[in-house]
Design a protein around this ligand. Structure first.
Ligand code: SAH
Length: 490
């Protein structure tokens, strides 16, 4: 085996990075042998050391940037390399967008089997962020103890559970740091311990912080391996000095588990929930030469319509983490749905009904389906809160509820919207969608590989892709959302 390999572990090489892999790693070649280099930026010439060598390729560690790429930028976070949260902070934002657009495009061509010329025709340019930092409305910080015995909090290093001490993540809101400092000094002054997952001892496991971007409301939930916080009033007194503080709670999680939140939440101060509002924009696209983008010449403006939906969020609720881009994504989904007010719409994988409630004002009837019962409870509450009466929700798997309702009650849809988790839609669900023959299908996806697979299935079953657009919800990471419109063949 060994002699087949061109290079061995610990070899040091110089390589020019020519491509970006799916996980944001740099890819380069030396004498036809492929090297994957985490933290190397496309266009860099780097010195690397081989960590793991295979026959045709190797994983190598970045030792030194010899000639930096014109696309290389200084990360805003000092821990960008170690932290598992961001993968591409050293790549300019403009290039991050090009990378994501290309990723979606390549997956549709390679995995979906669509013609390149066809994809170029239907794909619109990625919707980027205006402010690619401090966009997250939610953060969950793990707590631990350093070698000197001090309580620390921060982020997990990539693929591990060791904590990098950092209270100022640049993707999160500024208030996070204030909250974390309050918790750390409360722990120090009152001798409250951090949880140690190895021995399942210690009290403070995580702190969840959420902010309503529109409402300005802040929520703090301390997850503990215990039933109460000692001298909780000391912590509360400090936390309520922070502007916007609305809800302080504890979540009891005494299980030996990776799951962050416990099932039980007790409010210690303020309200049980915070609210936030998502606006609908009118999507105005105009043709314009856009030389940067490989995907056409469309420029888009999002203009406020005055329409909005308000959500009530508890510590356990699922809620989109980038509200600014979510508004754009859902406005696009609504635009793609082409509703006139008379349609029956199904929203599969509806979560707390975010998309359903966006659609409801423009349809005759909306039906949402979601597997998590508490999310459906939230969806129903949110419908009431917004005086929406034409949205009905089902608890269950989309691949079970949809066929059941179709076979038993002959349900009908003009439009079906799906927003599945990364693994995409179950084939049974797609099969039922084909039988229901809605005029249009809007597919919102957080994984373009499974999107490509599912689009192939739907297109073989009598649908055609009309429009595709990537939306960047997660700047500095390799994740990308995509919205796609399919229409039934005549
Ligand atoms: N559209 C929602 C949530 C999308 S995330 C929003 O924007 O808020 C995907 C959702 O699918 C999650 O809420 C998850 O709980 C749900 N889910 C996962 N598998 C499912 C299945 N088989 N059937 C129905 N819902 C499912």
């Amino acid at each position: 085996m060994q002699e087949n390999r061109k290079f061995q572990k610990d070899d040091t090489l110089e390589v020019t990075i020519e491509d970006i892999g799916h996980d944001g790693e740099g890819i380069g070649k030396v004498e036809g042998y492929t090297l994957f280099v985490k933290d190397a930026v496309i266009g860099d010439t780097v010195q690397v050391k081989i960590m793991r060598a295979k026959k045709a390729y190797a994983y190598a560690r970045l030792e030194k940037v010899v000639t930096p790429s014109p696309f290389r930028v200084q990360p805003q976070c000092a821990y960008a390399r170690q932290c598992g949260g961001c993968q591409i902070q050293a790549l300019s934002y403009e290039q991050q967008l090009r990378f994501k657009e290309k990723k979606v495009r390549n997956n549709l061509i390679r995995l979906g089997g669509f013609e390149e010329a066809f994809i170029n025709q239907v794909m619109e340019p990625i919707v980027g962020m205006e402010e690619p930092y401090r966009y997250r409305n939610k953060a969950q910080f793990p707590f631990g103890t350093d070698r000197e015995g001090n309580c620390i909090t921060g982020f997990y290093a990539g693929r591990t559970h060791s904590i990098i001490s950092n209270t100022n993540c640049v993707l999160g809101v500024e208030e996070n740091e204030e909250v974390l400092n309050c918790v750390l000094s409360y722990m120090k002054e009152n001798h409250v311990s951090a949880y140690d997952e190895k021995i399942h001892k210690g009290l403070i496991r995580h702190v969840l912080i959420r902010k309503g971007f529109q409402s300005g409301q802040l929520m703090v939930c301390v997850v503990i391996n215990g039933k109460s916080l000692p001298k909780q009033e000391k912590l509360i007194d400090d936390l309520i000095k922070i502007k916007g503080m609305t809800s302080i709670s504890i979540s009891i999680n005494m299980e030996q588990t990776n799951v962050i939140m416990g099932k039980e939440v007790r409010t210690l101060w303020g309200s049980e929930t915070i609210t936030d509002t998502l606006q609908r924009y009118e999507v105005v696209s105009r043709k314009e030469k856009d030389t940067e983008s490989a995907c056409g010449e469309v420029k888009t403006e999002f203009t406020a319509t005055g329409e909005s939906v308000t959500f009530c969020i508890s510590p356990l609720s699922f809620y989109q983490v980038n509200p600014v881009q979510t508004e754009k994504l859902y406005s696009l989904a609504l635009d793609y749905a082409g509703l006139t007010g008379t349609e029956t719409v199904w929203d599969l994988y509806c979560g707390i009904g975010t998309i359903s409630l966006f659609l409801a004002g423009h349809a005759a009837q909306v039906y949402g389906v979601e597997i998590i019962p508490q999310a459906i409870e939230d969806a129903r509450k949110n419908a009431k809160l917004n005086h929406i009466e034409n949205a009905q929700f089902f608890v269950g798997k989309a691949e079970e509820v949809l066929p059941r309702e179709y076979e038993k009650n002959g349900i009908y849809a003009d439009v079906i919207v799906v927003d599945p988790p990364r693994k995409g839609c179950d084939e049974k669900c797609l099969g039922t969608m084909l039988k229901m023959r809605p005029e249009r299908i809007v597919y919102v996806s957080c994984d373009s590989a499974t999107l490509a697979r599912d689009l192939k299935f739907l297109c073989e079953g009598g649908y055609e892709i009309k429009r595709v657009r990537a939306v960047d919800q997660f700047a500095q990471t390799v994740h990308v959302e995509t919205v796609c419109l399919l229409s039934r063949n005549k």
